[in-house]
Every structure is written in structure tokens, then in C-alpha cells.
Design a protein around this ligand. Structure first.
Ligand code: HEM
Length: 448
């Protein structure tokens, strides 16, 4: 029987798999079946191992990780993520001035139009923007002028700080700081519309109304033209961008984000601590810095850094890092020097030397570090101290919509879809395989 069977030319049936037997094969069915079973077991084991490997590798990945990984794969470029706070790895990242070829270059620069962004620009544009900003900062003498303007604007402000009121305070202060004139109240509505349009675009949740952004640029050009002695050239896009991006529109997006985090953590303080936040610049600054550490308004920092074999991209996920870090504890900042110390009377006397390990995370470090750290802290400290003593007065989350960061998870399906489109557009703009197509069609038609 066995011999007959082995000479049979019809297929051999076993465990659901068909093996054609030939006359030249002198192998018994048991051996054949045994071999096929081993093969199946080996295949299943290999498949299971692959699944376990893929699961353990990707288990902490979210959609953004896959998006970044796909973009880098299409660019044939290595990329790493930093998701847990790592002072050494971040210090290396901050040493580079190159933001690479990812979202800053291919999404944010388009989203910022019709102005340029100092934070996102590269090469010659970046150099020119930094030079223009330096000139603007020197001209406005913010160190002497910011505090009196703040005091005046806060005196006239509403008793309750909701998100709209916060934006109005920030825009009034920064407009007067740059132009020397009070902000005309009939411009507020259109500025808010313009800032919303930039916010939608930058968050990747849609295409913000371009006309609303262009209105703000035109309004600022006219305001600059009306300045006595005309220190700034309204037709120079670098000057106008240096005035508008870091000194107007960005703070109008970032400060409400920081204050929304502040509103969440103020109730967790003891009543004595809360009073100190409202009365001591040192404690107020420590509180704000801890809000930045635990809920930074920038979701992602990007850099291209030199490696052993060519350069590679780093995507530093602040959004993930802030959530996975230690819990809220403003006292960590009271053990470090703080910039509000000079104006403090009594109470805390923080050390003059040393740095909090998280310090560089807040405003960056190296060639692309924040150029407005002290200005931003002074602005936020004063507003916080004005309102923080009562939870009735301090409601900055009220009316706070989407940003690049806060409330990002409450978007509509259309907004989420647009985020996917941002990834696809970045792939088109940067991938190697789309290079021939780009030669004919360019990239500008894609938008952001
Ligand atoms: C809540 C307020 C602010 C926060 C949290 C903040 C934070 C930061 C951070 C983390 C960076 C580094 C980004 C990177 O490394 O890729 C940065 C860059 C920058 N910041 Fe700020 N900033 C704030 C307000 C301001 C203000 C008021 C100014 C006004 C001068 C300003 C000017 C800049 C500029 C010009 C850069 C880009 C520097 C460059 O790329 O050359 N920032 N900011």
C-alpha cells in the first residue's frame, strides 16, 4: 500500500494542503505529511515572532509617529524620535540650526503666508529674518517700555479673563510695544479673525482664510507707516515678518495655550501658594515655567543633525514628553534662578547659580533658541499676577478653541482628515519618488 501510494501520480492530500507527487519522488506520505507539518509550524512561529517584534517596536507609536516615519521613508532618510525627556539628546538636537525637510519647511512656512516665520525659515531667509528681528527688538526697547504698557493695558482690561480678553490684552500690549501707538479698538475683530486663520492653518486642521491673514498684514503695514520717523520699512517682508510672527501672531496663539494649562493647575495649589502666584514674580514665574514643562504649546521640535553616517532627522515629541514626564510641581523651579527675582521683595530667595534640567526645554537652546524668552515671561507673569488671585476672574479656557496643541483632540473628522492630507502633501513635496513629477508640476500648487 505504501509503495503503491508512493508511486501514485495523483496529488497527495494532507492537512488541507495539496502536494503533487511524482514518480521520481520516493518519499512516503507520512514523511511528506510530517515535513509539511514542520513547515507549517516553522512558518507560524516565524509569523508569530514577526508579529511580536512589530508589536513591541510599534506599540508606543501613534498616528503622528507613523506619519513622520512614512515621510522619512519616502525621503530615504533616517529619523529618530525623542519622546521621553532626555537632556543630553535634546542638547545635541538644539545645537543644530537645521530644521530639516519636514513640517517646519513644508507645512509651517506655507501656513504662515503671507508672512515669513523666523522659527520655520531656513538658509538666507532665516539669516535675514534674524537680522530684522534684532533691529526691531533694539528699536522698541522693550526692557524699559513693556512693563508700563502692561500696567496701563491691565488697568483698562475687563475684570474677568476669558480667552478673548486674554488675546485682546496681548494684542494691545504688543501692538503698542512695536508701533508706539494704542491699538484702534475697531481693528480687534479682524485681528482675531486673522489669528484664527493662522491657527487653523498651523494646526494642520484646515486652510485658514488667506484674506483674513492678508488683512492683518496690511493693517500692520499701515500702523508701521504711521510711526513717527518711520523706523521700519513697511514694504520689507523680512521686517514686517519679524514684527508680526514672533512679536504678534505667535504670542496670540501660544499665550492662551499656556494660560489654559495654568487654569487647570491653579486649583491644585494651596490657597497660600495661589496667593504667592498672584503676588510674587518669582513664584508666578515658577508656576508658568512648570505649566510650560507639563503642557508646552509647541507639540513638536524638528532638527536635522549630523550622524556617524550622514545626517539624520530628529522629531522631538513635546506633546508626548509633557504628558509622560513627572507630575506638576512648581517648587522644582524655585530651586533654580528665575528671571523674576530682581523685582521680588521678600519671601523666596532662589539660588543665583545652576540650571533646572528642564530649563532648555521651555524656550529651546543653541542657535535657534527663543529670542523672546524674557519678553514672553514678563508678559505672561504680569497678566497672570493680575488675575490669579480668584478662580472667578481667571477663566482663560473659556472660549479657547483649537491651537496647534491645546484642544487638538477635539477636532472634527474633516479636521483630522486634513491632518492626513498634510502628511500626504509633505510626502509629495519631499519624497524621492515624486521628484520627477515635481520637476514638471512644482510644489506651490499643493498648498498646505
Ligand atoms: C509663550 C511664549 C513663548 C514660548 C513658549 C516660546 C518658545 C520658543 C521655543 C521653544 C523656541 C525654539 C523652537 C525650536 O527650537 O525649534 C522658540 C523660538 C523662537 N522664539 Fe519663542 N517663545 C515664546 C514667545 C516668544 C516671543 C514673545 C518672541 C518675541 C521676540 C519669541 C521669539 C522667538 C524666535 C524669533 C524664535 C526662533 C529663533 C530661530 O529659529 O532663530 N518667542 N520660542
Amino acid at each position: 500500500m505504501l509503495e503503491n501510494a508512493s508511486n501514485c501520480t495523483s496529488p497527495v492530500m494532507g492537512t488541507g494542503i495539496i502536494f503533487p507527487a511524482t514518480a521520481s519522488q520516493n518519499v512516503s506520505p507520512e514523511v511528506l505529511l510530517g515535513g509539511s507539518t514542520s513547515l507549517i509550524i516553522i512558518s507560524l512561529l516565524a509569523f508569530a515572532s514577526l508579529c511580536i517584534f512589530l508589536y513591541s517596536f510599534f506599540k508606543n507609536w501613534d498616528i503622528a509617529d507613523f506619519g513622520f516615519a512614512i515621510v522619512s521613508a519616502f525621503q530615504l532618510q533616517p529619523m529618530t524620535f525623542i519622546k521621553d525627556f532626555d537632556a543630553k539628546a535634546m542638547s545635541k538636537m538644539f545645537q543644530s540650526s537645521d530644521k530639516g525637510n519636514f513640517l517646519e519647511s513644508n507645512h509651517a512656512q506655507d501656513a504662515w503666508k503671507p508672512i515669513l516665520s523666523v522659527e520655520s525659515a531656513a538658509g538666507e531667509d532665516w539669516q535675514k529674518l534674524r537680522a530684522a528681528l534684532l533691529k526691531v527688538l533694539k528699536q522698541i526697547q522693550w526692557q524699559e517700555r513693556l512693563q508700563p504698557i502692561l500696567t496701563k493695558v491691565l488697568e483698562d482690561a475687563e475684570a474677568v479673563l476669558d480667552c478673548k480678553q486674554l488675546k485682546i490684552i496681548v494684542m494691545k500690549v504688543l501692538f503698542e510695544l512695536v508701533t508706539g501707538n494704542a491699538l484702534p479698538s475697531d481693528a480687534i475683530g479682524n485681528i482675531l479673525k486673522g489669528v484664527d486663520a493662522w491657527t487653523v492653518s498651523l494646526a494642520g486642521k484646515g486652510v485658514g482664510d488667506y484674506a483674513a491673514k492678508a488683512w492683518v498684514l496690511k493693517f500692520m503695514q499701515e500702523a508701521v507707516e504711521a510711526m513717527p520717523e518711520r523706523p521700519f520699512d513697511k514694504d520689507d517682508i523680512y521686517t514686517m515678518s519679524a514684527i508680526m510672527q514672533p512679536l504678534f501672531v505667535s504670542p496670540l496663539i501660544n499665550v492662551p495655550d499656556v494660560f489654559a494649562v495654568a487654569e487647570k493647575h491653579l486649583p491644585g495649589l494651596s490657597s497660600e501658594e495661589r496667593l504667592q502666584v498672584a503676588s510674587s514674580p518669582i513664584v508666578s514665574e515658577a508656576f508658568l515655567k512648570e505649566c510650560l514643562r507639563i503642557g508646552h504649546p509647541f507639540p513638536i521640535i524638528e532638527r536635522r543633525v549630523p550622524g556617524m553616517v550622514g545626517s539624520y532627522q530628529i522629531t522631538c515629541r513635546y506633546d508626548v514628553m509633557c504628558q509622560s514626564g513627572p507630575g506638576f510641581d512648581m517648587s522644582r523651579w524655585l530651586q533654580c534662578p528665575v528671571s523674576g527675582a530682581s523685582s521680588h521683595q521678600g519671601g523666596y530667595s532662589p539660588p543665583k547659580m545652576g540650571t533646572c534640567p528642564y530649563e532648555n526645554m521651555l524656550f529651546g537652546a543653541g542657535p535657534r533658541r527663543c529670542q523672546g524668552k524674557e519678553l514672553a515671561l514678563t508678559l505672561m507673569r504680569s497678566i497672570l499676577m493680575h488675575y490669579a488671585d480668584s478662580s472667578h476672574k481667571f477663566q482663560p479656557s473659556n472660549g479657547h478653541g483649537i491651537s496647534g496643541r491645546t484642544n487638538d483632540d477635539i477636532g472634527s473628522a474633516a479636521e483630522d482628515l486634513h491632518k492626513g492630507m498634510v502628511i500626504l502633501k509633505t510626502i509629495y513635496k519631499t519624497s524621492v519618488i515624486c521628484a520627477p513629477l515635481r520637476m514638471f508640476t512644482g510644489t506651490s500648487w499643493v498648498g498646505h
